[in-house]
Design a protein around this ligand. Structure first.
Ligand code: NAD
Length: 535
């Protein structure tokens, strides 16, 4: 039965609030329930943005937007899409980090799906409780390594919720297709376990076989209930992130954004940087600071890109060097994790500065979460070795960046090609303005996701991320490169995601990894799939 009266206004998917016209008010039984004046969606959007700008703290802005999402979904997405550069830092990093830290305190409306060890054996049944029948994208975390903030347990739910908002706003994936999941396996964060307000499963984390079994049950239950769904793993502790990805990548449609999404966005940034430095990729020597999931994921994709350019595997590996907390990662390093081993070269151990002097990298990529480690000495050294050093400080949030944009440009006297993980303002130096690019994964995952679900993909191989990186780099205009920016404007995110989706979809057809027969006009097919929140 069609909804009437207050039920219409309570339904976030159909409510237009003050935008219902006189006819609709009459037909839907809304007379008296709304003020007299009728606002256009644009006027409502204006009202929303005025309200947001009036709020002093980012977290208050987040709470306001989150409440709007629950009241009027189309207005929420319309506002985000039209103000993406301003609102991205609110609905995602850095604000979402603070949101997760305070999740149990600011919790208001139920969004998303929670699974705990007590649900073992029942996960498939539980999924029947989700109101949507055709889920196409699931973002799942176990909360064990939220951004650079560590184990936040169930409070990490802010991440899947935020990411899925971006799938819709950036990639045009319908909100009803999206399912945020918290695999709440407990937490080893003592503060949370002692906290009265904590909403999660109040026990130490599940480990070993029990952990693996719950993941397995989750994956098989999703396959059973939502067979077309893409599963995005997010913010798992690095060893588990790799273990899960390696186990399931060839079996189900899934990927890990921290590993593969980050890799694609960084590779695209490097491709663009080389357009500025006018060098070729195979001539580069790349040094990573931090040998965790982000940096290793980038390196793994770079190896594949170098192989495609004709290098042998051993030649490709020798282009890539890692420095972690113990210094240069070498064959004799102790406690090497499996994902580090291919990059542990035959070399004497040494510290970061000596490693730069000795290896003479052309590109330096920070993914360590260690604030300020790209200090004056590092930046000046890179500038003395290279005419145009490429320096990416990818650690989030802004306060954890290896260096600021200002430091990179000033200390290199404008020579550095800089990008960061979190946003920095433009910097003016000797009359020239440099606009730092933000290597945000949002450039990649919505487009890859859209492409994958459009063709009902069976799997997402690494090569799809190489395709996405190449397409992203293609979307950068010369005018952006002239300002030192290695990423395109966020205001073009829908177009960028669409182009990535088309390239990824074509690639998946070439590989025979699709369930859907190829539509006559793939571009039109994908365009028509994209959610439009306009009333
Ligand atoms: P991780 O915990 O898996 O890895 C971090 C690594 O850095 C660890 O191996 C740690 O030992 C090392 N490390 C810490 N301090 C160091 C120091 N002073 N010197 C050398 N190494 C040090 O985390 P991750 O998932 O790889 O993420 C790392 C950072 O990258 C985070 O800040 C995250 O926000 C950021 N990141 C950025 C993007 C992006 O820009 N698109 C994407 C993903 C992650």
């Amino acid at each position: 039965m069609d909804k009437k009266g207050i039920e219409v206004l309570k339904d976030k998917r159909i409510s237009k609030s003050t935008a219902f016209n006189a006819d609709e008010k009459e037909k839907l039984g809304l007379r008296g329930l709304l003020p007299y004046a009728i606002s256009s969606q644009d006027k409502q959007k204006q009202r929303v943005i005025e309200n947001i700008r009036r709020k002093e703290s980012s977290i208050e802005k987040y709470i306001f937007l989150s409440a709007l999402q629950d009241r009027n979904e189309r207005l929420y997405y319309k506002t985000i899409m039209d103000y993406i550069p301003e609102l991205l830092p609110i609905i995602y990093t850095p604000t979402v980090g603070e949101v997760c830290q305070q999740f149990s305190h600011i919790y208001r409306i139920d969004k998303g799906f929670y699974i705990t060890p007590e649900d073992k054996g029942d996960i498939a049944l539980l999924l029947d409780n989700w109101p949507e029948q055709d889920v196409r994208v699931i973002v799942v975390t176990d909360g064990s390594r939220i951004l650079g903030l560590g184990d936040l347990g169930c409070n990490g739910m802010g991440i899947p919720i935020g990411k899925l908002s971006l799938y819709t706003a950036g990639g045009g994936i319908k909100p009803e297709y999206c399912l945020p999941v918290m695999l709440d396996m407990g937490t080893d964060n003592e503060n949370l376990l002692e906290e009265i307000m904590y909403l999660g499963y109040p026990h130490k984390r599940l480990k070993g076989d029990e952990y693996d079994e719950l993941i397995e049950e989750f994956i098989t239950s999703v396959q059973e209930k939502f067979p077309k769904a893409l599963i995005q793993f997010e913010d798992f502790l690095t060893p588990n992130a790799y273990k899960i990805l390696n186990k399931y990548q060839g079996r189900v449609l899934c990927f890990n954004d921290d590993i593969q999404g980050t890799a694609a966005v960084a590779l695209a940034g490097v491709y663009s940087a080389l357009r500025i430095t006018k060098q070729v990729f195979t001539d580069q020597k790349i040094m990573f600071l931090g040998a965790g999931s982000a940096a290793t994921g980038i390196a793994d994709l770079m190896v594949k890109a170098l192989l495609k350019e004709g290098l042998s595997e051993s030649e490709a590996l020798l282009k890539l060097w890692f420095v972690d907390i113990q210094g240069l990662v070498v064959k004799t390093s102790t406690e090497l994790m499996p994902h580090n081993k291919p990059y542990a070269h035959d070399h004497e151990p040494m510290g970061f500065i000596d490693a730069i002097k000795d290896i003479r990298p052309t590109i330096l990529i920070g993914a360590s979460g260690a604030k300020g480690v790209f200090n004056a000495e590092v930046i000046q050294l890179m500038s003395s070795i290279n005419e145009r050093p490429v320096i990416f400080a990818l650690s989030n949030p802004t306060s954890n960046a290896e260096c600021t944009a200002e430091e990179a440009y000033t200390l290199s006297k404008g020579k550095a090609v800089f990008a960061s993980g979190s946003p920095f303002d433009p910097v003016t130096l000797d009359g020239k303005t440099y606009v730092p690019g933000q290597g945000n994964n949002v450039y990649i995952f919505p487009g890859v996701g859209l492409g994958a679900i459009a063709v009902e993909a069976l799997q997402l191989p690494d090569s799809a991320f190489m395709i996405a990186a190449t397409e992203l780099a293609r979307q950068i205009h010369q005018s952006d490169l002239d300002q030192g920016t290695v990423y395109p404007r966020l205001t073009n995110l829908r177009t960028i995601s669409f182009e990535i989706a088309v390239s990824v979809a074509n690639h998946l057809y070439e590989l025979g990894l699709t369930r859907l027969e190829k539509p006559k006009n793939l571009r039109t097919y994908i365009k028509n799939m994209m959610y439009d929140p306009t009333y």
